[in-house]
Design a binder for this molecule. Structure first.
Ligand code: C2E
Ligand code: MG
Ligand code: MG
Ligand code: MG
Length: 278
């Protein structure tokens, strides 16, 4: 009987795995097709520099509206693309489109920077990294106006190849940011080992500030350490005036969030930048 049960469990497990794989394959195929059909596009979220009050950069965020008109969240499709490998094509599209859009942003009179997310899996290939650099160069975008955002788990994983590629990109002038800081097993210790330019603190780090005294104290400590290491801090997910004022008062370097603007399509971004100047 035990044998039968075991076997049944075995089959059941296989069925579930197979279903999951099939579901993933279906999304993968829809994404691959969607890339060809131009169903993917970018939106840009402005980031304010507290020291000047100006928008100094924007984060490019990927959007997918499928053939039926449904919007699918990157939180849903990025992990699938990472697993199936399609993230390489998606990432290439994101960089290329961001370069095209940024040429227009610069031509429109806004000498600002753009920040682009990179998954861990995109960083295991030196050839790809070289391709990114030549793409940036081809579009005449100074590499220093590009920041790549990577999650803190990569820095902590000690994956030599990825870290080597990050070093290489930075040596070529690209800036690096640690994304979602405060969501993993963040240790400030890692910050001194790997040269990064920015630390993006996750919104969960601030979600109860300024009422939560512990969050305020942690923010204060983090800002001090970052300042000592010459790393600029970008607060993500700033939604309220109270958070904004707290960050300003604590001399945080940059802020990003719905309080300033939600992510915008390029046309609306240009309009936003025009209004922000005045
Ligand atoms: P992320 O890089 O941490 O991006 C910030 C996320 O927070 C974005 O979600 C943004 O829309 C959202 N957000 C911004 N301000 C606020 C706010 O004030 N309140 C709240 N509640 N949320 C805010 P989004 O666009 O859904 O992206 C989710 C994640 O998907 C990103 O997190 C990033 O990890 C990933 N992702 C997005 N685009 C790309 C891409 O082109 N490549 C890769 N590899 N990953 C991407
Ligand atoms: Mg990001
Ligand atoms: Mg983040
Ligand atoms: Mg600074």
């Amino acid at each position: 009987a035990a044998k039968t049960a075991g076997r049944r469990t075995h089959y059941f497990f296989n069925d579930e795995l197979r279903e999951q794989t099939e579901r993933q394959n279906a999304i993968h195929n829809r994404m691959r097709n969607g890339l060809k059909q131009h169903e993917f596009y970018l939106v840009y979220q402005p980031i304010v520099d507290f020291s000047t009050g100006k928008i100094s950069k924007c984060e490019a965020l990927l959007r997918w509206q499928d053939e039926n008109g449904n919007h699918i969240s990157p939180a849903e499709f990025i992990p699938v693309a990472e697993r199936t490998g399609l993230i390489h094509e998606l990432g290439q599209f994101v960089l290329e489109q961001a370069c095209i859009d940024w040429t227009l942003v610069h031509k429109s009179g806004y000498p600002i920077e753009v920040s682009i997310n990179r998954s861990e899996r995109e960083l295991n290939d030196m050839e790809a990294a070289k391709q990114w650099l030549s793409c940036i160069k081809q579009h005449n975008i100074p590499s220093s106006s590009i920041t790549f955002e990577i999650t803190e788990s990569l820095l902590m994983s000690n994956k030599q190849r990825q870290l080597q590629i990050l070093h290489y990109l930075r040596s070529q002038g690209v800036q690096l940011a640690i994304d979602d800081f405060g969501t993993g097993y963040s240790s400030m210790n890692y910050l001194q080992r790997y040269p990064v330019d920015y630390l993006k603190i996750d919104r969960s780090f601030l979600n109860h500030a300024p009422d939560d005294r512990i969050q305020v104290a942690l923010l204060d400590a983090l800002l001090r350490v970052a300042r000592a290491l010459d790393i600029d801090v970008i607060a993500e997910g700033v939604e309220t005036k109270q958070q904004w004022e707290l960050l300003q008062q604590q001399q945080c370097d940059f802020a990003q969030g719905y309080f300033i603007s939600e992510p915008l399509p390029l046309k609306e971004l240009l309009e936003f930048l025009r209004r922000w100047q005045f």
